[in-house]
Ligand binder design. Structure first.
Ligand SMILES: C[S@@+](CC[C@H](N)C(=O)[O-])C[C@H]1O[C@@H](n2cnc3c(N)ncnc32)[C@H](O)[C@@H]1O
Length: 634
């Protein structure tokens, strides 16, 4: 009997399968077929295997549920929203409207290990925000009713108040699965930055230690978010918040921060050195004579010819031989009239390689403050108070400089809000010529009726975020055109930067998913029949196409070309690596011609073979005979 065509798995990546695979690679001996022999694993680990019940770590009621939620695959999809996108055909930036848990699950296949930097600014659990409630096996349903895709109008969840009794647990329940799934998306040299304040910083640190590993903790940055305390502050005025930094592994290498204008202004050329501007630096080290006896030696003063010694508590910075080189190369500065007691070292601007090593203290003068962020957003959006807590662009640019110093990186923010990071990516690319791409995820959280933002026409925060990106794109393109004009160029040079984005929306799958439940009327045959005709009849080809791309592990921004093969429409992805045909009434001619192109993979609709069992039987063989081993139906 000929083999039947395998079905494409429409569920998101199975997390438990993937974890098991990692374990199998390390300990193949503990596997018997597909099950893990825990006793053997304990023996393999020997003395390191812990058997006691009490152990160190954060636990809360509901933690076990987090693992069930992580493992439950998503049966949703991301539907393209071309109309609200900019430069759909060429852009590689993404905006996804939806709950981030479901979306992170859907992105696992396509973006596993691809993201260089994640920044998130989640709800801080102040008691004033709602904390998204995930329900095991109903996470998509929760979202659909929340976003008004099931009920007529979207609904608002109540806020998580301290009186709820599960104040911290609710927040941890929400954060744990999202951070777990987000980690999978990071490259091995990737990094995550998380904004947080005193409400949850201690709990966040604990779960990050658990998910990312304590050894991958990089720093806790203290950012001065205000320039002055409020006069009505009760107690001790809070002026700062934190940014927790964890790397995916030890492969992460932080970038440098650029020197500020003030720092660069320190470089001058007091002695008209032909090598250009320089700034003077200390010629003494921070070591004592006892610690570095060889660095304690006399040098000659060029004016007096007398011996000059370093202090015993701070010897010279360089060895005797290196000092001779410095003298020969005229790198010592003895003051305008050679009247300094000891020399200083000339550091030339032209020789500056890297920027500044970032520290954990970020004053508002360097990283911006809350008021500046609000003002900046209001100016761009043409309305006051559109969003209550955006982050300043200056702050986010610094994070990008540390997290994405190399050429092209994907940056993800799954609590997008007003999309400051997308804006910062576009601006910084323009400034430093790098090629970062963003992925933003944001819930369509309703904006309060009667608020200024609502009056300005924004119904929910996702709409606001998208509009901000569109306005930022417009502003940057206009600035580029203007600067080209000022340079008196005859024509505006081609803009290489990616100034666009593709917009998608979280939605239920285009395919009816067999849920195994017996219908109330007991007519299982009818349900099976429905499943064979498994497409929702309102789905468009484009919606189905992007679901198949996502579930086959392709990036949502991959270029797709449409071809006519044997009179039927076929989508070619990644130069024929994947061919997708969504036509009904498939023909032998089409199957043969698709096979002759020799794609690595091919997908057709199962319904396309309806009434043609002969072709269904032969199609797999035709594909195989041309070396197409991955042929599936949906
Ligand atoms: C503090 S704001 C982020 C602000 C952002 N950094 C900015 O500069 O505009 C957090 C955002 O996360 C969103 N959010 C909360 N739960 C979410 C979820 N489950 N999925 C997606 N977004 C969510 C909220 O709607 C809110 O807009």
């Amino acid at each position: 009997m000929p083999a039947s065509i395998p079905r494409l798995d429409l569920k998101s990546q199975s997390i438990s399968k993937e974890q098991k695979e990692k374990l199998r690679q390390l300990f193949p001996e503990v596997f018997t077929e597909d099950t893990i022999d825990f006793e053997k694993l304990r023996l393999t680990l020997g003395a390191d295997a812990e058997t006691v019940k009490e152990r160190f770590g954060l636990t809360w009621s509901g933690k076990a549920e987090c693992f069930r939620i992580i493992q439950e695959p998503s049966i949703g999809t991301l539907k393209p929203a071309k109309g609200e996108s900019v430069d759909w055909d060429t852009t590689e930036n993404l905006f996804i409207e939806g709950d981030n848990l479901e979306t992170l699950k859907l992105l696992q296949k396509s973006y596993y290990g691809k993201v260089k930097m994640i920044y998130i600014d989640p709800p801080y659990n102040t008691g004033n925000e709602f904390i998204y409630p995930d329900k095991f096996s109903e996470t998509l349903d929760t979202y659909l009713s929340y976003s008004g895709q099931v009920d007529a109008e979207g609904k608002k969840f109540s806020t998580n108040t301290e009186t709820s009794g599960r104040y911290h647990s609710n927040w941890l329940d929400m954060m744990y699965p999202r951070l777990f799934l987000a980690r999978n998306l990071l490259r091995d040299d990737g990094v995550i930055f998380i904004s947080i304040d005193d409400h949850e910083v201690h709990n966040l640190r604990e779960i990050m230690n658990e998910i990312f590993g304590e050894e991958n903790f990089v720093a806790t940055i203290a950012w001065q978010k205000k320039y002055a305390p409020s006069s009505d502050d009760q107690g001790i005025a809070n002026m700062h918040e934190y940014i927790l930094v964890f790397s995916k592994s030890q492969e992460f290498q932080r970038g440098f921060l650029p020197r500020t204008e003030t720092q660069l202004n320190r470089y001058t050329n007091l002695d008209k050195d032909p090598r250009g501007d320089w700034a003077s630096d200390n010629y003494l080290s921070n070591k004592s004579k006892a610690e570095r006896p060889t660095l304690y030696y006399p040098i000659l003063h060029p004016k007096t010819g007398k011996e000059v010694w370093p202090p015993e508590h701070a010897v010279w910075r360089y060895s005797r031989t290196n000092h001779e080189v410095m003298v020969k190369e005229n790198r010592l500065y003895w003051g305008p009239n050679f009247d300094y007691e000891r020399p200083r070292l000339k550091r030339f601007k032209s020789e500056l390689k890297s920027g500044i090593v970032p520290s954990t203290w970020w004053p508002h003068t360097e990283a911006g403050h809350n008021d500046e962020a609000k003002k900046h957003l209001a100016e761009l959006m043409g309305a006051q108070s559109t969003f209550s807590n955006p982050k300043p662009i200056r702050l986010i640019k610094r994070l990008l400089q540390i997290g994405t110093p190399d050429d092209s990186s994907i940056v993800l923010d799954f609590f997008g809000g007003s999309c400051t990071i997308a804006h910062a990516v576009l601006e910084l690319n323009k400034e430093d010529g790098n090629d970062r791409r963003f992925i933003m995820i944001q819930l369509p959280e309703l904006i309060d009726e009667g608020s200024l933002a609502r009056e300005a026409g924004y119904k929910n925060i996702a709409d606001l975020g998208k509009e901000r990106i569109r306005r930022a794109i417009k502003k940057i393109s206009e600035e580029q055109k203007e600067s080209a004009k000022q340079k008196k160029l005859a024509e505006v040079p081609e803009i290489p930067a990616d100034l666009g984005f593709r917009s998608f929306r979280l939605a239920p799958s285009n395919f009816k998913v067999w849920n195994g439940q017996v219908p109330a009327d007991g007519k299982v045959e009818k349900q099976l029949e429905d499943f064979i005709e498994n497409l929702h009849n309102h789905s468009t080809d484009e919606e189905i196409l992007y679901e198949l791309l996502l579930k086959s592990g392709f990036a949502l921004t991959i270029p797709v070309t449409e071809k006519k093969i044997a009179g039927k429409k076929v989508y070619s992805i990644d130069s024929d690596a994947l061919l997708i045909c969504l036509e009904h009434n498939l023909t032998k001619d089409l199957i043969v011609k698709m096979a002759e192109i020799k794609p690595a993979r091919a997908i057709c609709l199962d319904a396309g073979f309806k009434g043609n069992d002969q072709l269904r039987t032969n199609a797999l063989e035709i594909m195989k005979s041309h070396g197409v081993t991955d042929f599936r139906t949906v």
